[in-house]
Design a protein around this ligand. Structure first.
Ligand code: ZN
Length: 257
C-alpha cells in the first residue's frame, strides 16, 4: 500500500549497503521504523527531509508492519534549533525522550501536535527553555496515561488541597501522599535524602507547578521560567517518574542539558 504522512525524524539508525533505517514519528501511524534508500548526502529534496529538526511529508510503502520511505519533502526546517547549541541539546533531549515514551505503531496525533508546538516555541524562545522542556514532559506524561494523581493522597484517598498539611510527591505510588501516610511508609522525613529517592517533600510547590503545566497550553507559558532550584527538582522528579512508570531511562542526551 502506498500512502503519505506528515512526520518528524526522531532517530537515525545506522545501516549498510546504502539502506538506512530511521525512527519516524508519523502523524498517521505514530512511531514507526522505516527503511529508505534515499541518500543522506547531497541536497535532494528527499534527503533534506531526513535531517533532524525537520517536519516533512513522507511517501511510504507499507507492507504489513514494514515501512519504506520512497520519497520525502521538507515542510519546515528548524534552523534556529540546529544552529544554536543550547536549543539543539534541549531539542535533541526532547526528541530522544519522546522516542522512548512512544509505543511503536500506535497513532498519537495529539502528541504529534504537542511536539510540533514545542519545536515552534523552542525555535522562537530565548529564555526559560528548561521550563518549556519540563512543561512539555509533564504534558507527555498525561498523554502516556501516567499523569500523577495530585488531588488525593494516593495511599488513603484523602483530598489534598493546598494548605491541607504537608504533601509529599511519591514516584512509586504515582502522585501525592499525605504526611500521615508518608510517615507510615517510613518516608516522611522533612528532607529527601539520597537513600530516599522515591519521595519528595513539596518544598517548592512542585505539585502546583505540575498541575499548572498540565492545564495550560505550552504557548501560554511564554513568560514563565522556574527558578533554578525548582527546575532542577522537577527535572529530577520527571526523570525518575518516567523511568519508574514508563521505563524511560538511559537517555544519552540527558547529560548534555
Ligand atoms: Zn494518605
Amino acid at each position: 500500500m502506498r500512502t503519505d504522512t506528515e512526520g518528524i525524524v526522531l532517530k537515525h539508525i545506522k545501516t549498510s549497503y546504502n539502506r538506512k533505517m530511521i525512527v519516524l514519528f508519523s502523524r498517521k501511524y505514530g512511531k514507526i521504523r522505516a527503511g529508505t534508500s534515499i541518500g543522506e548526502k547531497g541536497k535532494t529534496k528527499s534527503s533534506l527531509a531526513l535531517q533532524s529538526f525537520t517536519v516533512g511529508r513522507y511517501e511510504l510503502f507499507v507492507s504489513r508492519d514494514n515501512y519504506n520511505i520512497d520519497a520525502a519533502e521538507v515542510l519546515k526546517t528548524y534552523y534556529k534549533i540546529s544552529d544554536d547549541l543550547d536549543k539543539f541539546m534541549y531539542g535533541s533531549y526532547v526528541l530522544e525522550f519522546t522516542e522512548k515514551v512512544l509505543e511503536e505503531n500506535v497513532a498519537r496525533p495529539k502528541v504529534f501536535d504537542l511536539l510540533i508546538e514545542f519545536l515552534n516555541l523552542l525555535e522562537t524562545r530565548d529564555k526559560g527553555i528548561g521550563t518549556l522542556v519540563l512543561a512539555y514532559q509533564t504534558k507527555l506524561l498525561g498523554h502516556a496515561g501516567v499523569m500523577p494523581e495530585l488531588d488525593k493522597c494516593t495511599v488513603c484517598g484523602r483530598t489534598m488541597e493546598k494548605g491541607a498539611g504537608d504533601r509529599f510527591l511519591s514516584i512509586d505510588s504515582g502522585g501525592v501522599v499525605c504526611s500521615k501516610c508518608a510517615a507510615e511508609r517510613g518516608t516522611g522525613r522533612q528532607e529527601k535524602t539520597k537513600t530516599d529517592a522515591l519521595i519528595y517533600k513539596d518544598d517548592f510547590d512542585i505539585i502546583d507547578v505540575i498541575k499548572y503545566f498540565a492545564a495550560v497550553p505550552l504557548r501560554k507559558l511564554e513568560n514563565i521560567a522556574l527558578t533554578e532550584t525548582t527546575g532542577k527538582e522537577l527535572q529530577q522528579w520527571i526523570r525518575e517518574y518516567a523511568s519508574y512508570h514508563l521505563d524511560v531511562s538511559n537517555i544519552k542526551s540527558e547529560k548534555l542539558i
